[in-house]
Ligand binder design. Structure first.
Ligand code: GTP
Ligand code: MN
Ligand code: MN
Length: 607
């Protein structure tokens, strides 16, 4: 029996009996004071943000600097995705594969049901109807998130299409939506004061791909709590895509326009905090070239009727890494957040009510750091957390491509894989064919960043930048990529490249300036597709000669560019045992074609 009062677009509005039953069941289990159905309106945003300001969870920023924007600082232990606490719960352990944490679904549900029992006491339970990707997609990819966090409601308004319009679609689609349950796990007893960032030391981020459900407990951080993003649009969607023959990938989508007005769309997979958002909003430094943004984190790709691969961005906002973002590295991100209507998490507060983070312009003499302490330039601690983020609407991006909401997506000409490697991996190399490109993706590696807890700086294999986001067995995933290629017309498939913006020279500095200058590398890739650019064949693929890159006006010593492009067979021979070790880990489900590619590479290296 539900004792909680119900408000908002409630049972009187939705006719989806199955949905009403589920909401009632969760309210009975979690015991909130009231249940509110979210409508996604501006009035609702005002209610949520005011409530958070009153509770001391949000600071309203200076209206003149960042209109309608707020700062939230989290519990110091709830600042990133928790991969150790992320689970893929399939009936059979093989379904989750060797790279995911697995627990039997019934066992996980039993454990978490105990945690959820009464966990929303003293709080409001919000019901968020949302859609990943355009509402007019066929089919629309629906979800409902139940949460006890106002921070989640406010963030979901920016990151997804949510509210009343989605309820209409839910009414038509029965149980065809992903059930997302989230609680911060911090019930309030009668008279108990709330904390600014409620969360629980016990955390579970659990996925049930077979029944399309997500259960999250104990964390308020974006990737753990905004369940439409990593949990749905990558982990659950990758499993759906595997069943249905399409791809759900951790990729940005960029539109490039040449001086001759030719348009190419590029998708690129880099691990977390390795440059997707920056490349997605690229401001080219080469004259005449323009770039527009379609997406900065996730791409859903399906074949169109013409046999080309089309990509859709399922998101509605950017959840971008703040540190390092500035008017030089990413002016378009700065122009997007400057318009306001944004949330900032774990950045520093200036004395005049604006935000600041390491790498941003300005020379603040005093700040309130993300941990609430006084900060001065002499402080030995960072003012902003390295994984601090801005949450801002894509629609505000001054270079958003007009077609960013096209339900059919945009046709992809090139796919880039890339990681953060100090050594070995050249600025760019082109694969020999789709299978070799799949091998590049399957064996890509990167130094770990602050976007996930633990392991900072260690090199690990991160296949297609999907290691933390794959909802099924990684061996089956590689086979799926190969099958996608086999089912297609080879000359309509995107060409696959492997890039590395992060190679370092002897002095420890980056060899390549990156950011806007990456347009030079993209130009070469486009010209390869058009059959116009020269390349040198190496053991690992086709690499540009320095002459083949457009370096006009680039203020970098040629020796550095050459070093960035170098393929050193000795360095690559040292990679072979690491790839071997990784393939051992992938185990029995590794496609034989991936092993064939490794042997072919070994031969070409003469190892
Ligand atoms: P997620 O949103 O976590 O998936 O990460 P992301 O791939 O979007 O990473 P993002 O673009 O936010 O980049 C994160 C870090 O990489 C920042 O510190 C950037 O300054 C740095 N970065 C991005 N592009 C480049 C580049 O071309 N060269 C160098 N040296 N650093 C870069
Ligand atoms: Mn990401
Ligand atoms: Mn990003």
């Amino acid at each position: 029996m539900t004792t909680a009062a119900v408000r908002g677009i409630d049972a009187a509005t939705t006719t989806n009996a199955q949905l009403i039953d589920w909401v009632r069941e969760i309210a009975d289990l979690t015991g909130p004071d009231e249940v509110v159905w979210c409508d996604g309106s501006d009035a609702e945003w005002d209610r949520m943000t005011s409530r958070l300001v009153e509770a001391g969870s949000f600071v309203k920023l200076n209206e003149k600097k960042k209109p309608n924007s707020f700062l939230a600082v989290s519990d110091p232990d709830d600042v990133a995705r928790v991969e150790e606490r992320t689970f893929i719960c399939t009936a059979d352990e093989t379904g989750a594969g060797p790279t995911n944490n697995w627990v039997d679904p019934a066992e996980m549900k039993s454990t978490m049901t105990q945690l959820y029992r009464g966990c929303m006491r003293g709080r409001t339970m919000y019901v968020i109807p949302f859609c990943m990707g355009p509402l007019d997609a066929n089919p629309p990819m629906l979800g409902v998130e139940i949460t006890d966090s106002e921070y989640v409601v406010a963030s979901m308004k920016i990151m997804t299409r949510m509210g009343t319009d989605v309820v209409k679609l839910l009414d038509e689609r029965g149980d065809q939506y992903v059930k997302c349950l989230h609680s911060v796990g911090a019930p309030l007893e009668e008279g108990q004061a709330d904390v600014a960032w409620p969360c629980n030391d016990t955390k579970y981020i659990s996925h049930f791909p077979e029944t399309r459900e997500i259960w999250s407990y104990g964390s308020g951080y974006g990737g753990n709590a905004l369940l439409g993003k990593k949990c749905y649009a990558l982990r659950i969607a990758s499993a759906i895509a595997h069943d249905e023959g399409w791809l759900a990938e951790h990729m940005l989508i960029l539109k490039l326009i040449s001086p001759a007005d030719e348009v190419h769309y590029v998708a690129a997979a880099f691990p977390s905090a390795c440059g997707k958002t920056n490349l997605a909003m690229l401001q080219p430094t080469i004259p005449g070239w323009r770039a527009e943004t379609v997406g900065d984190d996730i791409a859903w790709m399906r074949f169109g009727e013409d046999g080309r691969l089309y990509a859709v961005n399922p998101e509605f906002g950017f959840f971008g890494v703040a540190p390092g973002t500035n008017w030089k590295t990413n002016p378009n991100a700065m122009r997007t957040i400057e318009q306001g209507n944004s949330l900032f998490t774990n950045v520093a507060l200036t004395d005049d009510g604006d935000v600041w983070w390491e790498g941003l312009e300005g020379d603040p003499q005093h700040l309130t750091s993300w941990t609430g302490e006084d900060w001065t330039p002499d402080s030995d601690k960072k003012a902003a957390h390295p994984n601090s983020r801005y949450t801002t609407p894509i629609s505000q991006c001054p270079v958003v491509a007009p077609e960013w909401q096209d339900p059919n997506g945009v046709p992809i000409s090139a796919i880039l894989f890339g990681g953060r490697r100090k050594t070995t991996v050249p600025l760019i190399s082109e694969s020999r064919d789709w299978q070799h490109g799949t091998f590049m993706g399957a064996t890509m590696s990167s130094e770990m960043t602050a976007a996930a807890k633990g392991g900072l700086g260690q090199v690990r294999r991160d296949p297609m930048a999907m290691l933390p986001f794959l909802g099924y067995n990684v061996g089956h995933y590689f086979q799926h990529w190969i099958n996608v290629g086999k089912g297609a017309d080879a000359d309509k498939l995107p060409k696959i490249f492997y890039v590395n913006w992060f190679r370092r020279g002897e002095d420890g500095g980056f060899l390549w300036p990156g950011f806007g200058e990456n347009s030079r590398v993209l130009k070469w890739a486009i010209e390869r597709i058009e059959g116009k650019a020269a390349a040198e064949e190496t053991a690992i693929g086709y690499v540009p000669t320095p002459e083949a890159l457009d370096l006009e006006g680039l203020d970098v010593p040629l020796a550095d560019v050459e070093a960035a492009l170098t393929v050193d067979p000795e360095e690559w021979k040292a990679e072979l045992p690491l790839i071997e070790e990784w393939f051992e880990k992938v185990g029995d489900n590794l496609p034989t074609s991936m092993r064939d590619e490794l042997e072919a590479l070994r031969l070409r290296l003469g190892a």
